[in-house]
Design a protein around this ligand. Structure first.
Ligand code: GTP
Ligand code: MG
Length: 203
């Protein structure tokens, strides 16, 4: 367990990017469909049971939640997308705000796109990765809930997504993950270390 992530604490939840803390230091954001397991990934990587609220009800996280790993290093839990029951008005709001956040936030050094490994690369996932290409933000795809698939199936999903990503979003790395089994957390830590390390140029 990478110790520094254990110190992570919740700072605030905000309704939109304009209310985020000052745009200084470095931050990594987590995006993904509702119920894909974003909050669970944040809890697993910080080794805290309930730092980010998880829920069986999709669409629980409807604000941007800010966590501080250490001074000037943040993790940002973005609202889940793609949940049909979220009112159209709110969907339009995020459809506007998310690309603006990706394009304008200078401290944003990387985006982690969380996908359920059983249903990867849906419409909005493509959209997030495409926005990353357009805005030059490096991205990392995490195929989570790997415990829900037999080992061979999970590996197949990984290879399929890697092939797709290599063709369309060549800057994006891909990994498997399981919050339940606490599997491959060190792979995610390594990616975050790389992005959050001060003095290292993000790539
Ligand atoms: N089996 C399994 N279940 C998981 C895993 N990660 C998350 N879940 C379950 O999936 C559901 C959704 O997890 P959350 O972490 O709340 O998902 P989220 O993406 O933050 O959801 P919203 O904030 O509502 O968009 C919960 O019931 C979790 O317990 C995993 O690795 N394995
Ligand atoms: Mg959540």
């Amino acid at each position: 367990m990478n110790k520094q992530y254990r110190q992570t604490r919740f700072v605030m939840g905000v309704p939109g990017p304009d209310a985020l803390p000052a745009d200084a230091g470095r931050e990594v954001a987590f995006a993904g469909r509702s119920n894909s397991g974003k909050s669970s990934v944040i809890n697993a990587l910080t080794d805290q049971k309930a730092l980010a609220r998880t829920s069986k009800t999709p669409g629980r996280t409807q604000s941007i939640n800010v966590f501080e790993v250490s001074d000037q290093r943040r993790l940002i839990d973005l609202p889940g997308y793609g949940y049909a029951k979220v009112p159209e008005r709110i969907r339009r709001h995020w459809q506007r705000e998310l690309p603006r956040y990706l394009g304008e936030r200078r401290s944003l050094v990387g985006l982690v796109v969380i996908m359920d490994c059983r249903h990867p690369m849906r419409d909005y996932d493509h959209q997030m990765l495409e926005w990353c290409v357009q805005t030059g933000v490096p991205s990392h795809a995490v195929l989570t809930k790997a415990d829900k698939l037999k080992h061979g199936r999970a590996t197949d999903a990984l290879h399929t997504v890697r092939r797709q990503v290599e063709a369309d979003y060549p800057q994006t790395s891909v990994q498997l993950f399981s919050a339940v089994k606490r599997d491959r957390i060190s792979e995610l830590h390594a990616r975050l270390d790389h992005w959050l390390e001060p003095g290292v140029v993000a790539s």
